[in-house]
Design a protein around this ligand. Structure first.
Ligand code: ADP
Length: 235
């Protein structure tokens, strides 16, 4: 079963691609950022401890996310594969994940979305999200039909607190020092890697490209491919 690791800096499009790729890869979209935000909303211990770190653009301790992911991967909907978004982000997380995947019979592959930094700051500061269904909008390239309102369910869109410019810079710096070096780790570990230009085309075209690369390389066999037809993020 494939475990597709969506890799890239904050704002590189991992969340958008994960949603689109659900139509081509069987298995759930596992986002550690979304999981942590759910705990923050619930106001439980993990949420209380994570909130300040997320707001300041810092990573939460490895053990917290490692535990979340280990439990999530054990759930039955992961049996045919999964899409990991925002995990692993440190060397310790990568080691724990590789071990977990090997023990559970998953084949990892990394999809690296490459986008240049200035574009990322512009993207993230213009980003809005539906708090109900999670759909992402961009004020510039993918605005909602009615300003401030989700096309799908009419909820009022929100700006994530960590999408302010100073926090974006902090997230990028965490990525540069702690996460980017994992590319080297994956390469040495022999994990198949796909380098994707994350800015050159519409999100739907990028996901179709990723999907065909994964299929052609044998990472994802036809049997793994989901039966659903491709669809846009907003439909
Ligand atoms: P982005 O990739 O755009 O930064 P995410 O939603 O993936 O957004 O992450 C938001 C925040 O959640 C991160 O800045 C960090 O504080 C926390 N977080 C998410 N995933 C991890 C992880 N694997 N390890 C540590 N912290 C994480």
């Amino acid at each position: 079963m494939p475990a597709i690791i969506l890799f890239g800096s904050p704002g590189s499009g991992k969340g958008t691609q994960a949603k689109l790729l659900k139509h081509c890869i069987n298995g759930p979209h596992i986002s550690t950022g979304d999981m942590l935000r759910t705990h923050i909303e619930a106001g439980d211990d993990l949420g209380k401890h994570s909130e300040r770190l997320l707001k300041s653009g810092k990573l939460v301790p490895d053990e917290w996310v490692n535990e979340l992911v280990e439990k999530r991967i054990a759930e039955p909907d992961c049996r045919s594969g999964m899409i990991l978004d925002g995990y692993p982000r440190t060397l310790n997380q990568a080691r724990v994940l590789m071990d977990l995947l090997a023990r559970s019979g998953f084949r990892p592959a990394v999809v690296h979305l490459m986008v240049d930094y200035e574009k990322i700051v512009a993207r993230l500061s213009g980003r809005r999200q539906c708090p109900v269904c999670g759909t992402l909008y961009s004020l510039k390239t993918h605005p909602p039909k009615v300003p401030g309102i989700c096309d799908l369910d009419g909820a009022s869109l929100v700006t994530r607190e960590d999408d302010r410019e100073s926090v974006i810079r902090q997230r990028l710096s965490e990525y540069e020092s702690l996460t980017r070096p994992l590319l080297d780790y994956f390469q040495k570990a022999g994990v198949p890697m796909f380098e994707i230009n994350g800015a050159g085309a519409a999100p739907e075209e990028i996901s179709e490209h990723v999907c065909s690369l994964l299929e052609a390389s044998g990472v994802m066999t036809i049997a793994n491919a989901a039966a659903n037809p491709p669809a846009s993020v907003t439909k």
